[in-house]
Every structure is written in structure tokens, then in C-alpha cells.
Design a protein around this ligand. Structure first.
Ligand SMILES: NC(=O)c1ccc[n+]([C@@H]2O[C@H](COP(=O)([O-])OP(=O)(O)OC[C@H]3O[C@@H](n4cnc5c(N)ncnc54)[C@H](O)[C@@H]3O)[C@@H](O)[C@H]2O)c1
Length: 251
């Protein structure tokens, strides 16, 4: 696997692990994030170029794609991973403000990424877009209606894009993580007690790692997935296999 790739939300967690993995596997990578500070890990890392931008802004998406084309002359892989999470209550004072921001990053950001990335990939002769969804986009979690809605929107936008861009050689798939050890869990204010309970409800009885998520993303981005488009690959330790009525057996 080699070529030109962009990863959004590459400053930390799953995005950072993916940018590192794509680069180790021969890609020239644009690591994009809204936080310049988060991108300092790219200092001195060969083949990884930092780009500071907000995925919810159209201009930043345009510049991000232009940066990849200027630097590498083509675009083969686009990983739309940037996302934010926050608890939201239907009657909370800040519920609609939070809804608008979460939708702007998690759903609008994906739409803008595809809008600007897909034509560049098509002009490069075809390639792959991987949207990072969530178990929360195919099921719902309590007290997270904004995040749940944003991830469902991102997933169906990706399916629609898979249909619209297939003829141009652009595959579009979703990798949907389950609970994974990264900073984003803090956005939902997960306490140690919550974490224990969460882990007990995961059939594999543990959280995922950013590297396990990156592997699933890299698979969908690679030629090994050449006949896969419009798919949603769950990487969730079995979470969404459950009906949820009975807890999974424990060791
Ligand atoms: N960690 C989990 O348990 C989990 C579960 C399901 C889905 N996900 C999804 O995986 C993706 C990555 O999550 P993570 O856990 O690695 O999160 P993280 O918080 O560790 O990293 C997210 C990165 O995205 C960046 N970012 C935030 N808003 C941005 C914006 N507007 N523009 C550009 N960059 C922005 C942040 O600065 C940060 O570096 C997200 O889409 C998230 O919803 C995570």
C-alpha cells in the first residue's frame, strides 16, 4: 500500500494511530487537526505533514485537499475521522448549541470532506474514503442524542457517497468503532465506575485500542478491500451484535 493520504482528527487517538500506520505502510500523509498543539507529534516524522484546520469549515477542507495535491500530486486515501462527543439532555439549556456544533463537526465535516476529497481522488484514478462512524450511529445511547444523530447522518452520507462516486472509482466505507481508549470518552464524562460498567457490557470484555481501529481503517482503505463500497464495518468487540436484553457472559 502506498500513495497519498489525508487523515482528519489526526492529532490524537484513532486519527493519530491511523496517520502513523498509513505512513509506516508507505503513504505520504497529511495529518489534519483543528489543534496545532495536538499535531506536534508529527515533528520529525518522515512522510507526515501537519495541517491545521477545522473540518466544519468549507474553506479548510478545500485547503486541506489542495495541500495534499500540492505536496504529493495526487490523493488516494481520505480518512474522515475528526469527531467530538458530549453528553446532551433534551431539555438542557445548551442542548441545541451542542447539537449544532456536534452536527457541524461529525456530520457536516464528513459531507465537506467527501465534497472536496472525492473529486480529487477520482482525478487521481480512484481510491478510497473511510468515514469513522460509531456504534452510536447504528444504535442509540442514552443522554447522547446529538452524537447519536450526527453519527447516523455521517453513516448514511457515506452510503450515498458510495453510490454517487462508485462509477468514478472512489470507494466510500464506514469503520464504526465501539468503546476505544482515547480522550474522546472524557467528552461524555465517563467516570471510572462507568468505565467498569461499559467494559462489562462489551462481549470481548475490554475496550478497543486506537491501533485496532486504525487496522480496520487501513483495511478499508487498502486494495484488499477493492470490492467493498458502501459498507459499515463494526470494530466494536461485539457490542452491536447484542439485542441488549441480557448482559454478555463474563469470564
Ligand atoms: N474513542 C471511542 O470510544 C470512539 C467510539 C466510537 C467512535 N469514535 C469516533 O472515532 C473518531 C476519533 O475519536 P477519538 O476517540 O480518537 O477522539 P480524540 O478526541 O482522541 O481525537 C479526536 C481528534 O479530532 C480533533 N478534532 C476535533 N474537532 C475537530 C475539528 N472540528 N476539525 C478537525 N479536527 C478536530 C481533536 O483535536 C482530536 O485531536 C471520532 O469520529 C469519534 O466519534 C470514537
Amino acid at each position: 500500500m502506498s500513495g497519498s493520504a489525508i487523515v482528519t482528527g489526526a492529532g490524537a487517538g484513532i486519527g493519530e494511530a491511523t496517520a502513523r500506520m498509513l505512513s509506516e505502510r508507505g503513504h505520504s500523509v497529511i495529518a489534519a487537526d483543528v489543534s496545532a498543539e495536538a499535531l506536534t507529534w508529527t515533528d520529525g516524522v518522515e512522510g507526515v505533514t501537519p495541517f491545521v484546520g477545522d473540518v466544519s469549515q468549507e474553506r479548510d477542507n478545500q485547503l486541506m485537499v489542495a495541500t495534499a495535491l500540492d505536496a504529493h500530486g495526487r490523493l488516494d486515501v481520505l480518512v474522515l475521522n475528526a469527531g467530538i462527543a458530549r453528553r446532551t439532555h433534551w431539555t438542557g439549556d445548551d442542548a441545541i448549541e451542542a447539537f449544532d456544533r456536534i452536527m457541524a463537526v461529525n456530520a457536516r465535516g464528513v459531507v465537506l470532506g467527501i465534497r472536496h476529497g472525492a473529486p480529487a481522488i477520482a482525478e487521481s484514478g480512484g481510491g478510497a474514503i473511510v468515514v469513522v462512524g460509531s456504534t452510536s450511529g447504528v444504535r442509540a445511547d442514552p443522554e447522547r442524542f446529538a452524537y447519536d444523530a450526527s453519527k447516523a447522518a455521517a453513516i448514511n452520507a457515506a452510503r450515498a457517497a458510495a453510490l454517487d462516486w462508485a462509477v468514478k472509482g472512489v470507494r466510500v466505507n464506514v469503520m464504526a468503532p465501539g468503546p476505544t481508549m482515547t480522550a474522546i470518552l472524557q467528552g461524555g464524562r465517563i467516570t471510572p465506575e462507568h468505565l467498569d460498567e461499559l467494559t462489562r457490557n462489551i462481549p470481548l470484555q475490554r475496550m478497543g485500542t486506537p491501533e485496532e481501529q486504525a487496522e480496520a481503517i487501513c483495511f478499508l482503505a487498502s486494495p484488499a478491500a477493492s470490492f467493498i463500497t458502501g459498507a459499515v464495518l463494526m470494530c466494536d468487540g461485539g457490542v452491536t451484535a447484542q439485542a441488549g436484553i441480557f448482559p454478555p457472559p463474563r469470564a
